[in-house]
Write a new protein. Structure first.
Length: 300
């Protein structure tokens, strides 16, 4: 029974692993070369499922992530590095009771990316007058097992394993320049998330493994003036099956979520973004979820 409970809980937690990989609309929008920013992102996620041995369950996640990112010239293209540290908590409710992690530290994230096509490193004045078009870059993030973890809990904010996320953000922008008040973008971002092993999992097993999660997110965005833009969003993911001691659990999930984003440019240096998404399809008919993300950034 304990193994089935662990398997069922991880089916919901694996959805979180995929959902938190989404970066959202205009996350890889061309920026001036040499620019840096500090951002604060609040992610709220609610998942409901009916699970074997646990009945009707709910998983609520609240994470606040401060991130520092700086960009630089890489052979004429924009490159960047970032560091972030999530802090928050998780609550899991089921027939087995309530598990609450309290406020805890998540896994440290290190990231980097570089423009491949249509992403030149430009001075601020040249950036403002740059005529956009096709853009592509490659990026990766490494999540280190530094967060709070307790093998006696079913859910934890820290994952006790490394995770690597790689993606290829691609976009096509329509507009006379980067500050065009009617700028429109079409964005697509394929992503893969690869997991290391957890060698101290909840339950009797000695090793918990997870298959990669493959996903793709897409956005259509448009400026309404120099201060307001909005987007319609779609997110698809598949995979993530877990295994205990090499025995697959058959808990991989395929999901499709739709959403919308509102962006506000408060000044040349301050911008905010709010995104809501809702799961509209899942290969697990009992699985539903929705998420809200609010991000504020200061560019300097």
């Amino acid at each position: 029974m304990l193994a089935r409970i662990a398997m069922a809980a991880l089916a919901s937690v694996s959805m979180v692993s995929g959902a938190l990989a989404w970066d959202g609309a205009r996350a890889y929008h061309l920026r001036p070369g040499g620019a840096s920013d500090v951002s604060l992102a609040l992610n709220l996620l609610h998942v409901e499922n009916t699970l074997l041995g646990l009945g009707d369950t709910t998983l609520d996640v609240g994470v606040l992530t401060p991130t520092y990112r700086t960009s630089f010239d890489v052979m004429g293209n924009v490159g960047f590095v970032l560091i972030g540290l999530p802090v928050g908590g998780m609550t899991f409710d089921s027939l087995a009771g309530t598990i609450d992690t309290g406020i805890a530290q998540g896994d440290l994230v290190l990231g980097a990316g570089v423009g491949l096509v249509g992403m030149p490193a430009l001075a601020p004045m040249d950036y403002a007058m740059h005529k956009p078009g096709f853009q592509a870059m490659v990026e990766g993030k490494l999540f280190l097992p530094t967060g709070d973890y307790d093998a006696n809990r079913i859910v934890n904010l820290g994952q006790n394993r490394w995770t690597f996320q790689a993606s290829l953000p691609i976009s096509y922008a329509l507009g006379d320049n980067m500050i065009d008040p009617e700028l429109t973008t079409f964005e697509i971002r394929p992503v893969v998330v690869i997991f290391g092993d957890n060698e101290d999992p909840f339950g009797p097993a000695t090793v918990m493994s997870q298959a990669p999660i493959f996903g793709i997110e897409g956005h259509i965005t448009r400026n309404f003036n120099n201060s307001v833009w909005a987007a319609v969003d779609a997110y698809y993911e598949t995979g993530g099956e877990t295994s205990f001691d090499g025995v697959a659990n058959g808990d991989g999930v395929e999901t499709l979520a739709l959403g919308a984003t509102l962006g506000l440019v408060l000044s040349p240096n301050v911008a905010t973004r709010m995104t809501y998404r809702h799961t509209v399809y899942s290969s697990d008919p009992d699985l539903t979820g929705h998420a809200l993300e609010i991000t504020a950034a200061y560019l300097f």
